[in-house]
Design a protein around this ligand. Structure first.
Ligand SMILES: Cc1cc2nc3c(=O)[nH]c(=O)nc-3n(C[C@H](O)[C@H](O)[C@H](O)COP(=O)(O)OP(=O)(O)OC[C@H]3O[C@@H](n4cnc5c(N)ncnc54)[C@H](O)[C@@H]3O)c2cc1C
Length: 464
């Protein structure tokens, strides 16, 4: 970095109400590292703005210093690159959270995670379209489409967005709504991350079932019965009512004390159920899955929306991960058999998990009017597939990469075009998620609001 750029960053550090970290500052490594520790980042600086005025100061300083700006609330989905030419913004200070139960809406700052909103929703008779992990940032998840276990009833999270407040590349603080800049709102619903630094988001909440109670949990089976369990899951998912969502994971449990003794180091298959139908109706629907093999652990019970992510029991501490995802056209016996075979082969090389999330319902139904869906659009695919390998040791990078390739090749005959942006892997761009016509439309919005390309997303527009 040139001396003048460095001087401008030092000046920015003085001007901010929040904090600026430069390389070698105390706390630098923690400030610059993403949640996914498999990725090394070396940004020019890390800024933790305290307010909107700080974000505006960062935009001006970045332009003066010849740098870009990127936002990373957590880093579950880090960039492919090392960010050397960027100021990286952490949004933790934007912690506003307002639930308007009467209007059925929520307003959240760009630092709020799903876990906090879900806890606040307990007892309100409302639900929100959260994903499977409480530590995921709500803004990032939502502007990337956002797949929720409640999505079959209410659509992708992006479909519920009402307003986005952000600072644009020229330093203006704007509020984007459908009545104002409808084209920008369309782009932010699924293509978000390229157009500004979002500071707050407003979105629709949805009615909880009567009494506010959901029903579901995790059924765990030994991996030896993965094929019959997943075949049963595929059959059930094909005709399940929309208020019921089922997903499945084949997994190698770590050989660590956090895992209960009988399961430690074992391969398992789990089926996760989230239902708004109540105990009796849900149990009737999932019975073929229960009886497809020996259930070795069962957490299925009534719960409040605050415990939604407990169903999935995912890691909340940083994990170094390599990942892959795709959309499957349909989930039938041939699909699950191919995936079971790939999991067995991949697990021997260090694959940690392979997931199947059947879609359908409101995720695949045209919204009215269509603009409500934004660029995230309507997903006609049958399921979201995902795989990951934990790489606690750099020597694991190669075998885990090979394992993911095995999964990708086995899945290939069953996959269709399109992706959910939140599941793209580091290094992938929006061209993997959207058709050329949508990319052209997104590019036109980018050229209008950020012609110099100051704002850099982890999932950018394709080059060209
Ligand atoms: C364990 C785990 C479970 C997951 N479960 C789900 C799930 O159920 N459903 C689902 O859809 N996804 C899921 N994901 C994917 C997840 O949503 C993405 O990885 C997402 O990018 C993570 O958000 P983050 O808070 O770490 O964002 P980061 O990775 O920190 O941010 C990524 C990008 O988001 C953009 N961005 C973030 N904040 C802003 C802002 N304020 N303004 C402008 N741009 C911004 C930027 O372009 C940035 O580069 C999961 C991921 C993991 C690791």
């Amino acid at each position: 970095m040139s001396d003048s750029s460095r001087a401008r960053l030092l000046e920015l550090g003085e001007a901010l109400d929040g904090t600026l970290f430069l390389p070698h500052d105390e706390g630098w490594i923690e400030a610059a590292s993403p949640w996914n520790r498999a990725i090394v980042q070396r940004p020019a600086a890390v800024a933790v703005p305290a307010n909107v005025a700080d974000v505006q100061r960062i935009m001006h300083a970045a332009r003066d210093a010849g740098l870009g700006v990127t936002v990373q609330p957590g880093g579950h989905g880090p960039h492919g690159g090392d960010l050397q030419d960027c100021i990286l913004i952490r949004t933790s200070a934007f912690d506003e959270l307002v639930i308007d139960a009467a209007a059925g809406t929520a307003r959240v700052g760009a630092g709020v995670h799903w876990g906090r909103l879900l806890r606040e929703l307990d007892g309100t008779a409302l639900v929100a379209l959260a994903g499977s992990n409480p530590t995921i940032n709500i803004v990032r998840f939502t502007i990337g489409g956002g797949h929720s276990s409640l999505g079959r009833a209410y659509g992708l999270a992006a479909h519920s967005v009402l307003a986005v407040e952000m600072v644009t590349a020229d330093g203006a603080a704007v509020r984007v709504t459908g009545d104002g800049d409808a084209e920008l709102l369309w782009a932010l619903k699924g293509g978000g991350g390229q157009f500004g630094v979002v500071t707050a988001l407003e979105f629709r909440l949805h009615p909880a079932p009567e009494g506010g109670r959901l029903y579901g949990g995790k059924l765990t089976f030994p991996a030896a019965v993965a094929a019959p369990v997943l075949r049963a899951m595929a059959d059930v998912a094909a005709s399940a009512p929309e208020p019921l969502s089922i997903s499945a994971v084949m997994m190698v449990l770590p050989d660590l004390p956090v895992v209960p003794e009988p399961l430690r180091g074992q391969q398992i298959v789990t089926v996760d159920i989230v239902s708004q139908l109540g105990r009796e109706a849900t149990e009737r629907v999932i019975e073929p899955i229960r009886s497809a093999g020996p259930v070795v652990a069962d957490t299925v019970a009534e719960f409040g929306i605050g415990a939604l992510t407990d169903v999935f029991a995912e890691p909340v501490d940083p994990v170094p991960t390599l990942e892959w995802s795709a959309l499957a056209g349909t989930v039938n016996h041939a699909t699950v058999d191919a995936l079971v075979g790939a999991f067995v082969e991949g697990a021997a090389l260090g694959l940690s998990l392979l997931q199947i999330r059947p879609l359908g319902g409101a995720i695949g139904r045209a919204a009215t009017p269509p603009a409500v869906a934004g660029v995230a659009g309507v997903l006609g695919a049958g399921a979201l597939l995902g795989a990951a390998g934990f790489v606690f040791d750099p020597a694991m990078l190669e075998p885990v990469g090979t394992a993911l390739k095995i999964v990708r090749d086995a899945a290939a005959p069953h996959t269709v075009a399109g992706r959910v942006v939140t599941f793209l892997a580091p290094g992938e761009d929006l061209g993997s998620a959207y058709a050329p016509a949508e990319i052209a439309r997104l590019r036109a919005v980018k050229e209008r609001v950020d012609p110099e390309g100051l704002i850099r997303s982890n999932r950018p527009l394709p080059v060209g």
